[in-house]
Design a protein around this ligand. Structure first.
Ligand code: PAF
Length: 273
């Protein structure tokens, strides 16, 4: 992968990178399209990274659809797909990592609190992928808002010469944020899952009407999610858009985030105020 990327650069191409865990959907295709629009050669990685899953999470059942994924990559004009094995990514195996990359501030709350070790796994694998692919730019969806901010901080702190390009969340026609985990939902759960994006919209509308108290904005989100019988709220917070820390007064650029279980599936979504 490293020599393929170097060859593209020698030929005068910039390299744009789209890291994924596969099970590709329209959200990923949009990342690839944005990357292509820059005129760069696009490299996508497909790797379900074990170190970012907790012991009770869905690593073993995470959808693996490599052939269909490659068809999407081809359709979107991706130049190369990097689909490494665990042994290629982790010399001594994913269970025996001795060197981690651990962003400790932006990663601290919300997902970081609920999923201990998650962002350490993400940062470590993304650093390895960056080192291997050596891209000029990398494209990340805003759907995983905290991940995007953690990666931006990591790139800043470790001086990676890589431009991180955020891409807006792609939604189904009814507003549900696209996610590889949506395929776990049955029809009834799918209809209840809509409450997550509706709750975020309700908070934003209230903010646009002048409500700046984060607790009142959070209460509106909680009420909506609690109203859907198959949904169980994990958190609903309005926080600083850069640090993800709690705020005392909501301002434009702050962000509302929700994590909720719908049936057994954990969904996350967010909306900037
Ligand atoms: O967002 C994802 O799909 C993953 O967290 C990433 C960035 C590919 C790292 O495994």
């Amino acid at each position: 992968m490293t020599s393929a990327s170097a060859a593209l650069k020698r030929a005068g191409r910039a390299v744009a990178f789209v890291p994924t865990m596969g099970a590709l959907h329209e959200g990923h295709a949009t990342l690839m399209r944005r990357a292509r629009e820059t005129g760069a050669a696009v490299i996508a990685s497909i790797y379900v990274n074990p170190t970012q899953f907790g012991p009770k999470e869905d690593l073993s059942k995470y959808p693996r659809t490599l052939e269909a994924d490659c068809t999407i990559c081809e359709r979107e004009g991706v130049t190369a797909v990097f689909a490494p094995t665990d042994a290629e990514m982790y010399t001594d195996g994913p269970g025996n990592v001795s060197t981690w990359v651990d962003e400790s501030q932006v990663a601290r709350r919300l997902e970081g609190e609920r999923r201990p070790g998650h962002f350490r796994g993400v940062c470590t694998v993304v650093a390895k992928l960056f080192n291997t692919v050596q891209p000029d730019a990398a494209f990340f969806g805003q759907k995983d808002y905290q991940q995007l901010k953690v990666i931006q901080r990591m790139v800043r702190d470790l001086r990676y010469p890589i431009q991180i390009v955020p891409v807006a969340t792609v939604r189904e026609a009814d507003g549900l944020a696209m996610s590889s985990r949506n395929r776990y939902l049955n029809a009834e759960e799918r209809s209840h899952a809509l409450v997550v994006s509706l709750a975020l919209k309700a908070a934003r509308e209230l903010f646009l009407k002048g409500e700046q108290n984060p607790e009142r904005l959070e209460a509106v989100m909680r009420e909506q999610v609690v109203g859907a019988s198959l949904a169980r709220l994990d958190y609903a917070e309005v926080v600083d858009g850069e640090t993800l820390e709690r705020i005392t007064e909501a301002r434009p650029g702050d962000v509302a985030l929700i994590a909720a279980y719908v049936g057994a599936t954990r969904l996350i979504d967010n909306l900037s105020l």
